[in-house]
Ligand binder design. Sequence first.
Ligand code: ARG
Length: 400
Amino acid sequence: MADKLVLAYSGGLDTSVAIRWLAQKYDLRVITLTVDIGNVPDLEATRQKALKVGAIKALVVDAKETFVKSYVFPALQADAVYEGQYPLSTALGRPLIVRLLVEAARNEKAKVIAHGCTAKGNDQVRIDVGVAALAPELKIIAPAREWKMTREQTIRYAQAHHIPVPVTKASPYSIDENLWGRGIECGVLEDTWNEPPEDAFLWTRPPEKTPARPAHLEIDFEKGIPVGLNGRKVEPVTLVQKVHELAGRHGVGRIDHVENRLVGIKSREVYEAPAAVVLLKAHQALEDLVLTKDQLRFKAKVAVEYADLVYNGLWFTGMRQDMAAYVESTQRYVTGTIRVRLFKGNCQVVARKSPYSLYTYSLATYDKGDVFDHSASPGFIHIWGLPVRTQARVQRGPVE
Ligand code: ARG
């Protein structure tokens, strides 16, 4: 009997065509795995479609909770944002999909893993390198990297093999979405001089269509993890969905990024990430309150490294494990509440509190109750300015 293969299956045209193409070209029995991290509206329908197209078995996993708890929240604690703009939604989903693919391959005694990524993206790297880390014995096949079919040809292939092609007018964009964000690329967006048309957006309203009055939202954090909204405890997945809903309605979370891909290409990527934008902002505002200046500055450097590592497909490495341990340690006192104001596409932090706040009123105030020792300042400045005065004296006159 032919060997088995596990294919990461989204239910879309490309991976549907891949089921048939792999079976034909490689004489393998195809098992599909569909992972829902907030991107699959109907798991059962997707399962049925895989079977109909020719999979010998169709596995589905609802991994939303694992995604949020083990991938999204650790990245939030790290303040991981790629190139200061992209909250890494797609990039964070890949290692989880890899883990589940490897698990399925082992359970099913499959020797091959297949995925629908193309040769120009980051995702192929994330999946191939992830599999190499977790299960180096598995072979990888990426049909879309091999078959050299244009979109038209893929559709013709599908029609010839009775694979259902979406009847709705195909989206002019390439889209990837999960609970942490929605990435939109291709089509008119490939010209950087084109403003993203309104039809690129699905999760966020344009400012002219948002409510006329602002909304306020209070987010409770415990050790850097959001645990409640407006004073009520909320489960991780629901919390992200609720923030998403409210922020999207107020037009918060649109990102337009010329991004540096790992494969060397600059690409124009548009994102909608309402929950990520709000939660990252709130989390950082809380850190501003409870971490010292040194802790904040060092952590910001780590955040850049951490984001690069996630983006570049290095989740399953000792380096990430070490950085994650550092990040977790920094979150010991990141407990408290942040109030944000959502209005016309903006998310503003307007209030913050924490039992561990280092902000000390009696030191900061200019009013009554000031305990700052004013008489100590001249002495401090005398010492602080010592090297400046020395240089000015020895090297003649002030430096321009
Ligand atoms: N550029 C992002 C990344 O590499 C997102 C890609 C999203 N994919 C898409 N087809 N829109 O992580």
